[in-house]
Design a protein around this ligand. Structure first.
Ligand SMILES: [Zn+2]
Length: 318
């Protein structure tokens, strides 16, 4: 593995023995973090990022790190910035929940059908104009990443954008081998979220259930379920948490996120514009603050979120 890995999409960090975090570079189309795990008999990828370009870099990093072609992919949830890289891993076995498969197929197809249409062009132009008028570096990074992803996805043939997980699990799936690797369904950020936990190294890949130094995306989530899942993530005993967005963290990130939710709820009760409180002015994706505030004010956080059945039994090790 060359150091540094020559990619403008990810920095690769070995967070434990034979376990790597691929941390998205701010402003790059990769947009979200991924994981690489050497199971010994196979190389596992956790989330595939946003575009083919980013996913190809991830594939190469996995090959260089483990000496094997990636053959197992886990999708934490359906959001495009975690799953549109799937086609770069074609031929692998894809794991995800039924809900993840269904949502990715439905919303992904709709998104792919819209590319190049008048609305798509208008939205892209508006985003470009906003970028031109934005000077704040954190806001520029977020917009630059979105525009880069749009440019790259705009070149993907319509029928080749989506590859859905066909090995569907409910609740939990344990991979064979001595590392004790399991994917466990939690919930709260999207209709169905899963984390990957490695018992031997106590590393947890959290998908978007945890973000570090980055405003979480609350729209579409369920605060009660999310808060419950954060408690279960803490209880699982991970020492290292690789978030969906932001740098590698620790279980303290769960507490920080819970505090964020509480403060958003308190702020949402205030009338009129609310200034962003400290320390969130230094967090990435600052536009999410207003979006999250609007979502909380709409009462959306307690809104319907599909039950994930047995997953609610908890994130136990065994
Ligand atoms: Zn997400």
């Amino acid at each position: 593995m060359p150091a540094p890995f020559p990619s403008d999409q990810f920095t690769i960090e070995e967070v434990a023995d034979r376990v790597w975090a691929a941390i998205a570079i701010p402003g790059a189309s990769s947009s979200s973090n991924c994981g690489i795990v050497d199971l010994g008999y196979a190389t596992l990828i956790f989330d595939t990022s946003h575009t083919p370009q980013a996913a190809h870099d991830l594939w190469t990093a996995a090959r260089l790190c483990t000496g094997k072609d990636p053959s197992i992919v886990v999708n934490s949830h359906w959001h495009f910035d975690h799953s549109f890289g799937n086609p770069a891993f074609r031929g692998a076995t894809f794991f995800g929940t039924r809900i993840t498969r269904e949502r990715l197929l439905a919303f992904g197809t709709r998104f792919a059908d819209g590319i190049g249409e008048p609305d798509w062009i208008r939205d892209s132009d508006a985003m470009q104009a906003t970028l031109g008028a934005t000077t704040e570096p954190l806001a520029r990074d977020a917009l630059t990443a979105k525009l880069a992803a749009r440019r790259e996805l705009g070149l993907v043939p319509r029928g080749e954008m989506i590859l859905v997980p066909s090995s569907n699990f409910e609740g939990r799936h344990r991979f064979p081998g001595p590392r004790g690797v399991q994917v466990v369904e939690g919930g709260g950020h999207s209709e169905s979220d899963s984390v990957l936990f490695l018992e031997d190294t106590e590393v947890l890949f959290a998908g978007d259930l945890v973000s570090v130094g980055t405003h979480p995306e609350m729209a579409g989530g369920s605060l009660p379920r999310w808060t419950t899942t954060l408690g279960r993530i803490e209880a699982i005993g991970a020492k290292v948490i690789v978030p969906g967005h932001g740098p590698v963290g620790t279980p303290e990130a769960c507490d920080e996120l819970r505090t964020y939710f509480e403060r958003m709820e308190a702020r949402a009760e205030q009338a009129g514009p609310v200034p962003m409180p400290e320390p969130y002015t230094t967090w990435r994706s600052p536009a999410r603050f207003e979006e999250n505030l609007a979502f909380v004010r709409s009462g959306g956080l307690a809104g319907p979120s599909e039950s994930t059945g047995p997953s609610n039994g908890g994130l136990k090790r065994r």
